[in-house]
Ligand binder design. Sequence first.
Ligand SMILES: Nc1nc2c(ncn2[C@@H]2O[C@H](COP(=O)(O)OP(=O)(O)OP(=O)(O)O)[C@@H](O)[C@H]2O)c(=O)[nH]1
Ligand SMILES: [Mg+2]
Length: 364
Amino acid sequence: MSTSSFAPPTAGLAHVSVDAAGDVSTTPPSAAHAPVHAARDVPIEVLAEKILAGDRSTLARAITLVESKKPEHQAKARALVQALLPATGKAHRVGITGVPGVGKSTTIDQLGANLTAAGHKVAVLAVDPSSTRTGGSILGDKTRMAKLAVDRNAFIRPSPSSGTLGGVAAKTRETMLLCEAAGFDVILVETVGVGQSETTVAGMVDFFLVLMLPGAGDELQGIKKGVLEIADMIAVNKSDGDNANRARQAASEYRAALNIMAAKSSAWTPPVVLVSGLANQGLEAMWEQVETHRTKLEATGEFAERRRTQQVAWMWSMLEERVMQALRHDGRVAGRLHTLEAGVREGTVSASIAVDEIAGLMGI
Ligand SMILES: Nc1nc2c(ncn2[C@@H]2O[C@H](COP(=O)(O)OP(=O)(O)OP(=O)(O)O)[C@@H](O)[C@H]2O)c(=O)[nH]1
Ligand SMILES: [Mg+2]
């Protein structure tokens, strides 16, 4: 397996050997949701040191700190991420999307298992701000990722369960950095193909993979054009058994659809591949494309540039979130916001007049 495309590169990508620390096995992956108090009382330097040594339980607790709504936890989490920043950025970050039931979890489970078998350490994160998926589906994801759930070289962390998309994404981003510092060299971020979450996840990864169902014609009509614009590759999943022909037909339609779109990069044309996550077919060739993309975009400098752009965009989106939060809790405007909003809703106050008054109260 070591010569396969799943194997980690021998040079370049730093691969922190977490196994060597020997403390990884003490915490089963199912302990991912650890109590926040443990991390709250431990000094940042100690947390950082343990995370760098690959201590899973500390990683899980630090993520809980990141996800906490308490301002003092958030401040500590930010300081921790800052302290670990030099150890981040070494992972290959891959986003995976597709409609419910397309096989994201199944494919991630098999792909992840192939990657850990080849020596990688794989973290699986999710961005799903919708309130419909709560504790039940977290359990669901774990059982659907049965291989990775018991894999010492894998770490599954379900989506932070509430908040705005921006808020959820910010937490997933910081979680990604913590996982990188803990030595995970492949980060897979799953998101369900609804709303804006795809664009948000595409904005935090190096490679964005879109899973599609076999089928043609009608189904193609239903594809959001936006998703083709951000895809770095399309994989037609479930290309097994009776589906094989339909999958080939679908693939050629997706190829045609991609052909008429402007290329994001002159160095990369998004390929369309056929896979079966369930039968472990085509996943090696698929991962080879992910690696080739990296090699090609590293050569042109686009790989690093994409990350720089993402970091700056992240700064602005966090700033927006913070400013809006401050505005909503600002004593000067709190009394008027509700009334003005009601006025705008009923058409008695124009939106621009309302904004003028709010800005005036804020002194901006
Ligand atoms: N035949 C076939 N079935 C598959 C394949 N991949 C997934 N499935 C089945 O499709 C169903 C949904 O798979 P999931 O992996 O849970 O899909 P998902 O995209 O993660 O779904 P959500 O998390 O609900 O959005 C399950 O019953 C899987 O067994 C495949 O490659 N071939
Ligand atoms: Mg799933």
